[in-house]
Design a protein around this ligand. Structure first.
Ligand code: SAH
Length: 236
C-alpha cells in the first residue's frame, strides 16, 4: 500500500496538534488513515542546558529570533519525510486554492512554524525554504497557519469529502467565488428563497448560479474577476 498524504510539522507547541484537525472532516479522515500527521518539537533539538531555542536579534530591536542551528537540527531530524519544506510566514507568497490543490496532489508537506519575531534568515536560505503566507495580517505563531493549510489540503484528498462535486464547484475553482446557498425553511422572516431554485429547471438553476457567482466575484473581488476574464479570453 502506498503511504497516505503526510503532514510533518516542526513546532514549539506540538500540543496544539491535531487541535481542530482532530475533528469533523479532517479528524474522521485522520482516523480512517486517509492522511497522517506527525509533530516534531523544535525544543528537543536545543543544545544547551537551558534548552533555549531563541535569542535576541543582532542589530537590536524587540523580540526574539529562532536560532538557525536549532532549526537546522530539527529539519535534519525530519529528513526523509515526504513533501516540500515550507515556512509559514507573513513575508511569504500568499497561499491560494491552486497551490493547496497542488500540495494535496503531492505526497505531503513539511511545515516549519515560527514563533516570536520569526526564524533566523540564514537557515531559510541554507535550505532554500519556500515561505507561504495566509494573508496580510500577523499571527503570533505559525501553528494556526499550518492547521489552516493542512485542513485545506486534507479536504481535497480522495475519499475525504464523499461528494466530489462539492469540491469541483466551490469558491476559487476557475477564479470565481461560489454562488449563494439556501436551505429550509423556504420562507424565513419574510424572505423567500429565490424562485428559480424551486422551479426544478436544472439548466436554469445552473445558469442562475453561474450569473450569481460572476456578480459576486465582480463586486467583492475585482482582482479575481480580472483573472477570470483574462482566462476566459485566453480560451477563445
Ligand atoms: N516579525 C514578523 C512576524 C512574526 S509572527 C514579521 O513582522 O514579519 C510569528 C510567527 O507567526 C512567524 O514566524 C510565522 O511563522 C507566523 N505567522 C505570522 N503571520 C503569519 C501569516 N500571515 N501567515 C503565515 N504565518 C504567519
Amino acid at each position: 500500500m502506498i503511504a497516505p498524504w503526510t503532514a510533518t510539522v516542526l513546532t514549539l507547541f506540538p500540543e496544539m496538534f491535531p487541535g481542530p484537525l482532530g475533528h469533523s472532516l479532517a479528524g474522521k479522515a485522520l482516523e480512517r488513515g486517509l492522511w497522517r500527521l506527525e509533530t516534531v518539537d523544535i525544543r528537543a533539538f536545543a543544545r544547551d542546558k537551558h534548552r533555549s531555542v531563541d535569542d535576541a536579534p543582532f542589530g537590536g530591536g524587540p523580540g526574539m529570533v529562532l536560532r538557525p542551528d536549532v532549526v537546522d537540527a530539527a529539519i535534519a531530524g525530519i529528513a526523509g519525510r515526504p513533501g516540500p519544506l515550507l515556512y509559514l510566514s507573513p513575508r511569504g507568497h500568499r497561499l491560494d486554492q491552486e497551490r493547496v490543490a497542488r500540495l494535496s496532489e503531492g505526497p505531503g508537506v513539511r511545515l516549519l512554524c515560527g514563533r516570536f519575531e520569526g526564524v533566523d534568515e540564514r537557515v531559510i536560505e541554507a535550505h532554500a525554504i519556500e515561505e507561504l503566507s495566509l494573508g496580510d495580517f500577523v499571527l503570533s505563531g505559525g501553528e494556526p497557519a499550518a492547521i489552516a493549510l493542512i485542513d485545506a489540503c486534507v479536504r481535497l484528498l480522495p475519499g475525504v469529502i464523499g461528494d466530489a462535486a462539492a469540491v469541483a464547484e466551490e469558491s476559487f475553482t476557475g477564479n470565481l467565488l461560489e454562488y449563494p446557498h439556501y436551505t429550509r425553511p423556504q420562507e424565513w422572516r419574510g424572505r423567500a428563497v429565490p424562485e428559480i431554485l424551486i422551479s426544478g429547471h436544472h439548466d436554469k438553476v445552473r445558469q442562475w448560479r453561474q450569473a450569481q457567482a460572476e456578480a459576486a466575484t465582480q463586486t467583492r473581488r475585482p482582482d479575481l474577476w480580472q483573472r477570470y476574464l483574462a482566462r476566459k479570453r485566453d480560451r477563445h
